[in-house]
Design a protein around this ligand. Structure first.
Ligand code: MN
Length: 419
């Protein structure tokens, strides 16, 4: 249940490295390997990056494998487990005075500043209960952060607090077990406590401890805890920030977190999550796959779902189905696009296709697809705010490609040689 016990140090960097660009460069160069930095210039922290740098890594953290992944997540969602409260919290062993004591990275040239990228933000709403979500947070000063709140649950909690004229208390945990980070990235329906999902995925309750200055709890083994509140009324410029597509997200007015307490474990490890890196993309994209699977299951016999690497694990999906009727392909297109509204292009394939292999998917587009008959084009709909080709008002055109076999199967039979 602890990040530090989960880490497999595939590369260890002994030399003194800089938190400004140097660590980010090394992480980008070694995106498929966990890199552990023993010494960081000016800080008493060790840094780890690319903790779950592959599908296999994420699956390992959830106690499953590639083929069991979707069912593991769907089962966990159906069987939430209540976290427990512990008396002692390792995360409060050492108190710090300033955000500047933390080795927060500067990642890319035009990023607005130093960004916390692996923090889970815990908050509570009087009606909806606890919510846990992941947000990028820009360091503004000793005790101030700007948080990008996409219009989802934490955004709603903050709005509701603001309408009551109140600040929203938050606890930010950095350096948690990847299953907790995954659950926070998942975004189940409003009112579903992500820590119950994490507990279910881990197979035992997450242990929490009470915070010092806010009425919330945090995972006891978090490497770092930042407590504070999201202020009402105040907004500041946030961005640019290199996001999942490797292009810069724009500057927006976003809320401010005023920090009331910072603490960490002894010999703390800072989890550096490289924005636009594989870990970032998989943590955002993989949780969408069970959602798409669940939606397509209602209209067709779905076999598997993948948001592809070339599509930034966000904009492009491939869905394998076992076709029972000629209409299944198009039904699956609509269901998939609705389930993951940021998805722009989706390809539906038969179950014989390896959906994780881009070449195999292209092959069936080449041999099983006719655009006038098998394409679905949906114009002027809301899509991803991270797609730089979308129009300025956020509208986009979506395309569904039904690349399943139509007509006589023997025409599509791959030539074999007798053995
Ligand atoms: Mn939520």
């Amino acid at each position: 249940m602890q990040l530090r016990k989960f880490i497999k140090k595939e590369i260890v960097i002994e030399k003194n490295v800089s938190a400004e660009y140097e660590i980010a460069r090394i992480l980008q160069k070694n995106q498929d390997k966990t890199v552990f930095f023993e010494r960081v210039k000016g800080y008493d922290f060790k840094v780890v990056g690319n903790v779950i740098p592959s599908r296999e890594g994420i699956c390992r953290s959830l106690g499953t494998n590639r083929s069991g992944y979707i069912n593991t997540v769907l089962d966990a969602l159906d069987n939430p487990v209540e976290p427990v409260t512990a008396k002692k919290g390792e995360c409060y062993e050492v108190a710090e005075r300033s955000l500047h004591e933390l080795p927060v990275l500067k990642h890319f040239e035009k990023d607005a500043g130093k960004y916390i990228t692996s923090g889970i933000v815990i908050a509570r709403d009087p009606e909806h209960g606890r919510n846990v979500s992941v947000h990028r947070m820009l360091v503004l000063g000793d005790k101030r952060l700007a948080a990008r709140l996409v219009e989802r649950h934490l955004y709603l909690y903050h709005q509701r607090a603001e309408q009551r004229g109140k600040a929203l208390e938050v606890a930010i945990a950095i350096g948690v077990h990847p299953a907790i980070l995954f659950a926070a990235s998942y975004s189940p329906p409003l009112g579903y406590d992500e820590l119950k999902l994490a507990s279910s995925l881990l197979g035992k309750p997450v242990e929490l401890v009470k915070c010092k200055t806010v009425d919330l709890e945090v995972p006891r083994y978090s490497e770092i805890v930042i407590e504070g509140k999201i202020l009402p009324k105040e907004r500041v410029d946030e961005g640019p920030f290199a996001d999942i597509t490797s292009t810069y997200d724009i500057v927006r007015k976003q809320p401010v977190i005023e920090v009331s307490h910072i603490a960490h474990r002894k010999e703390p490890i800072y989890h550096a999550l490289l924005n636009s890196g594989i870990e970032h993309r998989l943590l955002m994209g993989m949780p969408q796959e069970p959602k798409i699977y669940g939606a397509v299951k209602k209209v067709a016999d779905v076999k598997n779902v993948c948001l592809t690497e070339g599509g930034c694990n966000w904009l492009h999906g491939v869905v394998a189905i076992s076709k029972k009727s000629e209409k299944d392909g198009k039904k699956a297109i609509h269901a998939a696009l609705e389930a993951h509204p940021s998805m722009k292009h989706v390809v539906i394939v038969d179950e014989d296709v390896d959906i994780f292999d881009a070449s195999s998917v292209e092959f069936v587009i080449a041999t099983r697809f006719q655009a006038d008959r098998d394409a679905v084009i949906i114009k002027n709909v809301r899509g991803s705010s991270l797609d730089p080709s979308a129009s300025k008002n956020g509208l986009t055109t979506k395309v569904g490609i039904d690349a399943t076999i139509k007509g006589r199967r023997e025409y599509f039979e791959k030539a074999k040689m007798p053995t």
